[in-house]
Design a protein around this ligand. Structure first.
Ligand code: FES
Length: 279
């Protein structure tokens, strides 16, 4: 990068770094995982739950969770939902991409230490949680029992199947997967995540819950967690969908006096109970 461009980047936090898509993997019919790197390698080292702004020249930019990371690249699992994501899904390996970050506070790692962990996710909501699960599995001595409850519309819509059915169980993670609607090959549970959660009936003692997914799933999952007597201070979720500029400039993420991009996007339910927010 020319020195002048580097200088602009230093003074203007909205200028992205030039990156490249080096690998594209299809997860589901409408979700792909993109491996992104820059000339210097990994653009930054994110903590689980942090995000980056990805941009395609002449099309636009948006905030995405870092799904995972390798030695020299970051991974983003992205669902087709509009102009930018449609264009990303058309992109091939070698495509130039803008990247800036990291943004957000990430998951509260200190709070999770020494606790049993229950990860609950729906659909593409498993993307930010995946980075946390991998982080905790790499340091499993720091945490108690870990369990995942994950759901998607159909078996074809399940993301990260290799993690769910091979990698994570082989590392001692209890994985419980449900689908809203099965198919001829599906012999697992059928039903929505909140009712499956109630059926599994986890004990709240000593446990921290991390919930991520579509708004309706989160809303009903919280009702189920209330029924199961989980305290709101022990339940964590992320409002990452509200992140726009990521740096406190656009004023599109605030909840009362709280800026999601500066103070979040990860909050406990007890914190959210104090804010004017409907999940
Ligand atoms: S995302 Fe722009 S101010 Fe928070």
């Amino acid at each position: 990068m020319p020195a002048s461009a580097e200088k602009i980047q230093l003074v203007n936090p909205l200028v992205p770094e030039k990156g490249k898509i080096i690998k594209v993997l299809r997860e589901t019919p409408d979700v792909k995982t993109f491996h992104v790197t820059t000339a210097k390698g990994k653009p930054f080292v994110p903590m689980p739950g942090q995000l980056a702004m990805l941009s395609l020249f002449n099309i636009g930019e948006a905030m995405f969770s870092v799904t995972s990371q390798g030695e020299r690249h970051l991974e983003f699992s992205i669902k087709k939902t509009g102009l930018l994501t449609d264009a990303l899904h058309e992109a091939d390996e070698g495509q130039t991409i803008g990247i800036r970050g990291p943004y957000g506070n990430g998951f509260p790692l200190e709070m999770l230490k020494g606790k049993d962990l229950l990860f609950i996710a729906g659909g593409i909501g498993l993307a930010p949680v995946r980075s946390l699960i991998n982080f905790c599995l790499d340091r499993s001595g720091d945490y108690g029992r870990m369990q995942v409850i994950y759901g998607a519309r159909t078996p074809a819509d399940l993301c990260f199947k290799e993690d769910l059915f091979q990698n994570w169980p082989s590392q001692g993670l209890e994985v419980n997967v449900t689908v809203d609607q099965g198919d001829e090959n599906w012999s697992g549970p059928v039903g929505f995540v909140p009712s499956y959660l109630e059926e599994l009936n986890p004990e709240p003692e000593g446990k921290i819950v991390v919930v991520c997914g579509p708004p309706l799933m989160i809303k009903f999952t919280i009702q189920s967690l209330d029924k199961l007597k989980f305290e709101h201070k022990a339940v964590v979720t992320t409002l990452e969908k509200r992140m726009k500029c990521g740096i406190g400039k656009c004023g599109r993420c605030n909840l009362g006096s709280t800026y999601v991009c500066l103070d979040g996007p990860v909050f406990t339910l007890a914190q959210l109970d104090q804010m004017p927010v409907e999940l």
